[in-house]
Design a protein. Structure first.
Length: 61
């Protein structure tokens, strides 16, 4: 296995935490199909804000 195929720890200037480079063959963003399947399988009950909450993306995504 070559060094290029592994994740590396990268220092972020001005931050207390380091960050990892992306793993090989992975994507940082969730797949739309995964998000829709998880949202629809969670519950059959519908509330007044359900549709808006499913469209919104949390700030860490």
């Amino acid at each position: 296995m070559a060094d290029d195929e592994r994740q590396h720890v990268v220092r972020v200037p001005g931050s207390r935490r380091a960050k990892l480079t992306p793993a090989p063959d992975t994507w940082a963003e969730p797949d739309e199909r995964d998000r829709d399947a998880a949202a629809s399988a969670a519950s059959d009950d519908k509330g007044p804000n359900d549709e808006r909450m499913r469209r919104e993306v949390p700030p860490h995504y």
